[in-house]
Design a protein around this ligand. Structure first.
Ligand code: ARG
Length: 452
């Protein structure tokens, strides 16, 4: 008789059981069980006949799990216990040998590492797809002028291509972050046992090779305590989702009648239940709205791990739902951003009209004076006075008379008017990484190379 004489309370089961969500780990749990059993046989810890029986039972479990016929039972606390119970039902008492030299502590850490690695790879692939779509959209709008903004005030004109490519570089950094997540999850916990190692001369390298891990965790205590790779995934996901929120927010703004810069396709918009004239860019709004949820999962897991004594504590079961929801949310957002951007229409005239606001050339006028020898700070003051005069009189900069120019500086002549004529303000941005066409073309080449 075990020390337990009373049944578990229903509410204890409700708070303690993780089967409701950790059944998603099933494919990884089966794979690692196969590798573990093969290693036990290779080391003579179980017999070849035992291994065959375990493998056959695992085959059937795998089939049942994938066709939905796996019989979950009342007492199954988590996916690990459910699979082991079922293997034993199928194979008989030999099923009980599967858990030799293994604990659920190293087992769950291994499932989680496998899950993180798979989903980090999926995120990385989705990031590259979205980034390539953005490069294509940039290429298609390479010379479309638009206002660049600071403080959401028109600042200096840029090409739409240049603006969109910004997101490509954000995504390139996101991809690099996920590379690091993959590396962090590439160390095998299995073999650590509950915490101290196991009483058998196991071959962890063999298991690592079988499951595609690059290395074996060096310290058994660390192996079962470590959830860094989950935090790393959540951190990378949170940053990426935050990037997508900025993209979404801009599409929302630009789709408004006030901006009128773009329109999302019908496939990526909804109507209103009451206002028939409306076309709402919901997906873009949700890129904005879903990002904090991913960041929230990161903060929540930091809370779970904070000050947690070594090694495994049941608190750590709380890593799963945060990770699962973050991965689902991020991949959905990446796919939505790709679909929406791939079918969006930009309005050239609206963008050009906003970009030809002459005040956007204020810095260029100041630089004209700089080229004539005036220190930039003084040139800034001269142009500020010209802008003030134009704003007060409600007219454009080019409508200021030569006399009004002369009042502010003797260095201003007809070139002032030439600078204000469209186009030159963009093509003069010749510095590396700037908005001139030559530089944007260069940038597109570099972006494509970075995404290869
Ligand atoms: N369901 C548990 C989890 O997700 C598995 C590990 C249980 N380990 C234990 N010692 N009770 O964390």
């Amino acid at each position: 008789m075990s020390r337990f004489t009373e049944p578990q309370d229903a509410d204890f089961r409700a708070i303690n059981d993780s089967l409701g969500f950790d059944r998603r780990l099933a494919p990884y749990d089966v794979r690692q069980s196969r590798a573990h059993a093969a290693m036990l046989a290779a080391r003579g810890i179980i017999s070849g006949a035992d291994l065959d029986a375990l493998d056959r039972a695992l085959d059937r479990v795998e089939r049942e799990l994938s066709d939905g016929s796996f019989p979950f039972a009342e007492g199954d606390e988590d996916i690990h216990m459910a699979i082991e119970r079922r293997v034993t039902e199928i194979a008989g008492s030999v099923g009980g040998k599967l858990h030799t030299a293994r604990s659920r502590n190293d087992q769950v850490a291994t499932d989680m590492a496998m899950f993180v690695r798979a989903r980090a790879e999926a995120a990385r692939a989705a990031i590259v797809r979205l980034a390539r779509t953005l490069v294509d959209v940039a290429q298609a709008h390479i010379d479309w002028p638009m206002p660049g903004y600071t403080h959401l005030q028109r600042a200096q004109p840029v090409y739409l291509s240049h603006h969109l490519l910004t997101y490509v570089w954000m995504l390139a950094r996101d991809r690099a972050r996920f590379d690091q997540v993959v590396a962090a999850a590439d160390v095998l916990p299995l073999g650590a046992g509950a915490l101290a190692g196991v009483n058998f001369d196991t071959d962890r390298e063999l298991v690592a090779r079988e499951l595609g891990f690059a290395a074996v965790a060096e310290n058994s205590i660390d192996a079962v305590s470590n959830r860094d790779f989950v935090l790393d995934y959540l951190a990378a996901a949170a940053t990426c989702a935050t990037h997508l929120s900025r993209l979404g927010a801009e599409i929302v703004m630009w789709s408004s009648q006030e901006f009128g810069f773009c329109e999302v396709s019908d496939a990526w918009a909804s109507g209103s239940s009451i206002m028939p004239q409306k076309k709402n860019p919901d997906a873009a709004e949700l890129l904005r709205g879903k990002a904090p949820r991913v960041a929230g999962h990161l903060v929540a897991l930091h809370g779970v791990m904070h000050a947690l004594p070594l090694t495994y504590n049941k608190d750590m079961q709380e890593d799963k739902e945060h990770l699962f929801d973050a991965a689902d949310t991020l991949e959905l957002c990446l796919a939505a951003a790709e679909g929406m951007l791939g079918s969006i229409t930009f309005h050239r005239e609206r963008l050009a009209a906003a970009a030809s606001d002459e005040f956007l050339a204020a810095t260029d006028i100041a630089d004209l004076l700089v080229r004539r020898g005036l220190p930039f700070r003084e040139a800034h003051g001269v142009v500020a006075a010209l802008v003030g005069a134009a704003v007060r009189q409600g007219k454009a900069l080019s409508a200021l008379t030569p006399e009004e120019l002369a009042e502010q500086s003797p260095l201003l002549d007809d070139e002032f008017y030439a600078v204000l004529r469209d186009g030159a303000w963009l093509e003069s941005k010749v510095s590396a990484g700037g908005t001139s066409l030559r530089r944007v073309r260069e940038q597109i080449e570099r972006a494509r190379a970075a995404l290869r």
